[in-house]
Design a protein around this ligand. Structure first.
Ligand code: NI
Length: 184
């Protein structure tokens, strides 16, 4: 089980490193981590369990955030239409991403970041990503847009040592002159 003490914070240089490809068949260790990451997200979104285990709510978590530099992350959230998106992706590759941008009006957060960083994080509005999905146990190509695309891009960034605040324009943190779509 992943607990608060297991989450690597951004003060740790490990979060700036690039993750390695995962080899198949998945090792027991890798499978355990994938299960643990999904479990963390489920528990953290359950009010009682979050309180019981002292978990910060999250919609995504990447392997480097628990100290494992391997290309794996989990996502658990619903989109604008209320459709559930539950994935545990292994070796994800961004196949394409739109020029059109979007951003969360409230800014982004991260389990590994305690300080607040003001500003919009511009990301592609639409993405296509391929990976092995441990939830559905198959290779998948996901076409995502809006909120879920933002969550997936945030987690994908963790595999390359990138944190959300790296993407905030420090001089003009709330600039929307690029036509970026606001996601509320
Ligand atoms: Ni994060």
């Amino acid at each position: 089980m992943i607990l608060k003490k297991d989450i690597v914070l951004d003060s740790d240089p490990l979060l700036r490193k690039k993750s390695e490809d995962v080899s198949f068949p998945l090792s027991n260790e890798d499978e355990k981590l994938l299960n643990d990451m999904i479990e963390y997200l489920e528990n953290s979104q359950d009010e009682e369990k979050a309180k019981q285990y002292d978990l910060q709510p999250g919609v995504g978590i990447a392997a480097p955030q628990v100290g494992v530099l391997k290309k794996m992350f989990a996502v658990l959230t619903t989109d604008e239409k209320g459709v559930l998106h539950k994935y545990a992706l292994v070796n994800p590759t961004l196949v394409s991403n739109s020029v059109g941008k979007c951003y969360l009006s409230s800014g982004e957060g991260c389990l590994s970041v305690k300080d607040s960083h003001f500003g919009y994080v511009k990301r592609s509005y639409k993405i296509k990503i391929k990976a092995y999905d441990y939830v559905s146990k198959q290779n998948i190509v996901l076409s995502l847009k809006g909120y879920v695309a933002i969550v997936v891009q945030h987690e994908y960034d963790h595999l390359f040592g990138i944190l959300y605040y790296d993407r905030i324009d420090k001089k003009n943190p709330t600039d929307t002159s690029d036509g970026a779509i606001e996601i509320v």
